[in-house]
Every structure is written in structure tokens, then in C-alpha cells.
Design a protein around this ligand. Structure first.
Ligand code: NIG
Ligand code: FE
Length: 414
């Protein structure tokens, strides 16, 4: 048992709902707070002096971790959508896009997803692991202790498994929780030959050759697909996702990024989340909001591509479960700073502080099927992020330019 405090403020997120809009008046802030921890779990959060009095009846003064400056404590963050295992760099794509070049011109110049596939395939496991760990450490420095990571730059059995094995290796080397997702259906690889009658499609290959191996090696329990004109069409995607589900995988989808309609597919197959949604139309917002599929906004992709933001306000008002993730990848979302991105989304979409914090904590964890984290309440995982400031509002106000002074994982300070 350990008591930590006093914190100037603890933002517990207690009692906030899983879905829909939240007013800032609903945020419970404990002033001069303390948290009581046993092993990896929170036992209690409350007034520090009161907790101390109770605590010292059975424990020693030395089991109190004293915080002797103005520090605010929040639940640690979850980034529920990233592509941070990759080789190469697409700075040239970014420069060309900003200079007005089209998607096709960039692809013709050797850019686009396929160029990341080529670089990732060439990279050794050691090289991939090194880059991945650097990015994980950057996310940890932002207070993000739960990170979803997709494959999807391998696009054949050997290379997809290589990526997923590297993610698993990384899990042995970081205290963060890593959740891997198989995105072998990121695009149809240029070197895959389908039969002219449409049989032996790439998606069949993924279902028959790749996913069973992923299962066998226990490399991931989640399957993603990019449903878009340039990748996979809604009809074939629906069949693919239904079959992946029968194989026992949880489902998620890249939906409505440029073309509306595919979030419907995600909802119809019972996906855990539908991510992107920059192009989602009003009636599909209502459809999503009536479902249990988490709507994941990816402001980093809007900022990377100069595209509209996900209609987060409308989704929340309609009652959707809204999470916010970085989509960190070498192409469309190179920044990786989820806190900056979520703060910017809030200014454009008029989101309350409570809605943003919920979107990068317990709502994002829910998208990954993790109900054990994201609030500072009894029974949850003792993962926290702490800032040297006297007001929690500064975190979003500074738009990512203040860094945590420390991060706790399972009650241990980093
Ligand atoms: O989420 N939209 C598809 N996939 C990624 C982009 C990947 C890439 O460009 O490398 C995304 O934005
Ligand atoms: Fe993505």
C-alpha cells in the first residue's frame, strides 16, 4: 500500500459517461488530493489529509510518496490508433502535397503508403524495433501509457508477421501497454497478383494465409481495414470483416476518411471502433451514435493532409462514444503529439475540456476493450500523468507545449 500526494488537483474523471456530450461542470476535481495504491491498482482517491490519517493507522510514514510542489494529476492517456512501426520517412510526400501535387503525382514520384511498405519490408527487425521504441518513448513522455499499434506496411504474410513480432518484442522492453492490430488490409499490395476472374483476391489471402498465423502465434486479437476508393470497397470490406470476426478477431476500420458510407459497414459488422470519419454525413453520424462502435477522431491526419476535422461536436451531441487518437504514421499524420492535436480539435470543434480528456482516456481505452483504466477511481489501473502546474486547464490551454513532470505506470513513477 502506498499513498501519493498532496496534489494541487486530481482530475478523476469519476462519474463521466461513456457516451455523448459532457459539460465541464461534470468534472470532479479533488483539491489537495491523494491517491492510495495497492500493487498496480488504485484503492482510493480523496482529500490527502483525510487519506493520510486513515493510512497511518496501519502503515508507515515512509510509505507516503510526498509531492512537495504544485502538481496536478490526471489519468494517463491512451492513444487508440497509431501506425508507429515503420521504416523510412515521407517528408518528401508532405512537401509535395503542400506544394500542390496530387495524390497520383505523389504516388508516381515514389510516395504514398506503398513507399512506406517498401522501406518497412527492407528494414531489419532490429531497425524497426529501434524506431518503434523511440516513438513509444515520445508518447510516454506525453503521458500516454496505453498505445495501439497497427501493422499494415508489410502487406504479405512474412512482412506483416515481422511487424507484429517487432511490436511484441517492444512490449517486452517498455512499461507501456501495447495493443497490436493486424492491418494487412491497408491497401492491395502492388506485387500481389489476383486471378482475372476475381478469385484468389488479396483479402482472401489475408483471411486464409495471414490471419490464421497471427492467431497461431498470438500476435494480435484485432483486425483493421482501410475502406476507401484507393484501398478496399465497402462490399468486399464487409465480407472480410465478417469473416475476420468469425476467426475470432475484434474488428476496427478506417472509415469515411475521404468518401462517406463506410462507417455504416463498421457499425453493421459490430466494429469496436470506426476511425477517421472526416467525411461522415449527418445520417451516418446518427447511425454511429445509436451504436456501440466508438467514433475515433484523428485530428493529426486532418492537420497532416489539410483536410477537414472529424465532426466531433455533432457526434457527441448525437450521443456517440467519441475518442481522439493521433493516427501517428509516416504519411498522413507525421506529428505524433496527441495532446497538441486533441487541443486543436477542441478549438475547432468546440469541445469541452471534459470531452477532450474523456476522449484520450477511458473512451479511448474502451475502443481497445480495456475497461480497467482511464479514471482515477478505486479498482482502476494506477497509470497517471502529472504536470507541474496549479491548474489542470493549462494542459489543453498550452496545446501540448507543457510536458508532464512525471508519469506513473502501475503505481511506479517514471
Ligand atoms: O490512417 N488512411 C489510411 N492509412 C493511414 C495513412 C497511412 C499512410 O499514409 O502511410 C491513415 O491515415
Ligand atoms: Fe490510420
Amino acid at each position: 500500500m502506498k499513498l501519493i500526494g498532496p496534489f494541487r488537483q486530481i482530475v478523476t474523471l469519476a462519474d463521466l459517461p461513456l457516451r455523448g456530450k459532457i459539460n465541464d461542470e461534470q468534472l470532479q476535481i479533488i483539491e489537495n488530493g491523494g491517491v492510495l495504491i495497492h500493487n498496480n491498482e488504485i484503492v482510493n482517491a480523496g482529500n490527502f489529509e483525510e487519506l493520510k490519517e486513515l493510512f497511518l493507522k496501519e502503515n508507515y510514514e515512509s510509505d507516503i510518496e510526498v509531492i512537495d510542489e504544485d502538481v496536478v494529476l490526471l489519468p494517463a492517456f491512451t492513444d487508440c490508433h497509431t501506425h508507429i512501426c515503420f521504416g523510412g520517412n515521407r517528408a518528401h510526400d508532405f512537401a509535395m502535397r503542400n506544394a500542390g501535387k496530387t495524390y497520383l503525382e505523389i504516388a508516381a514520384a515514389g510516395g504514398g503508403i506503398w513507399s512506406s511498405v517498401e522501406h518497412t519490408r527492407k528494414a531489419t527487425e532490429e531497425e524497426l524495433l529501434e524506431g518503434l521504441l523511440k516513438r513509444i518513448n515520445f508518447l510516454l513522455s506525453l503521458g500516454i501509457t496505453t498505445i495501439e499499434i497497427k501493422s499494415g506496411y508489410g502487406l504479405n504474410e512474412t512482412q506483416e508477421l515481422k511487424m507484429l513480432r517487432v511490436i511484441r518484442q517492444a512490449q517486452g522492453l517498455t512499461p507501456a501497454t501495447l495493443i497490436s492490430t493486424c492491418l494487412a488490409a491497408h491497401m492491395k499490395p502492388k506485387d500481389f497478383v489476383e486471378d482475372s476472374d476475381g478469385s484468389n483476391s488479396y483479402l482472401d489471402y489475408v483471411l486464409e494465409e495471414v490471419l490464421p498465423k497471427v492467431k497461431e502465434e498470438n500476435l494480435s486479437s484485432r483486425v483493421d481495414i482501410f475502406i476507401e476508393k484507393s484501398a478496399f470497397q465497402p462490399e468486399e470490406s464487409k465480407i472480410f470483416l465478417e469473416k475476420a470476426k468469425i476467426l475470432g478477431f475484434d474488428i476496427t476500420a478506417h472509415a469515411d476518411q475521404f468518401t462517406p458510407g463506410s462507417s455504416r459497414v463498421a457499425v453493421e459488422v459490430g466494429a469496436k471502433s470506426a476511425d477517421h470519419l472526416e467525411a461522415t454525413v449527418d445520417e451516418d453520424i446518427a447511425f454511429l451514435a445509436a451504436s456501440d462502435t466508438v467514433a475515433v477522431a484523428l485530428p493529426g491526419a486532418s492537420l497532416g493532409l489539410g483536410e477537414p476535422f472529424t465532426p466531433a461536436r455533432k457526434l457527441l451531441d448525437a450521443g456517440a462514444i467519441l475518442a481522439i487518437a493521433s493516427d501517428w504514421n509516416p504519411g498522413s499524420a507525421p506529428m505524433g503529439n496527441l495532446i497538441t492535436q486533441a487541443s486543436i480539435l477542441a478549438t475547432y470543434e468546440k469541445l469541452s475540456t471534459a470531452e477532450v480528456l474523456a476522449g484520450i482516456t477511458f473512451r479511448a481505452a474502451h475502443a481497445l476493450g480495456l475497461e480497467d483504466r482511464g479514471k482515477i477511481i478505486s479498482g482502476k489501473k494506477a497509470d497517471f500523468v502529472a504536470y507541474k502546474t496549479d491548474n489542470y486547464q493549462n494542459v489543453l490551454y498550452m496545446q501540448g507545449s507543457i510536458s508532464p513532470c512525471f508519469v506513473y505506470i502501475n503505481g511506479k513513477k517514471y
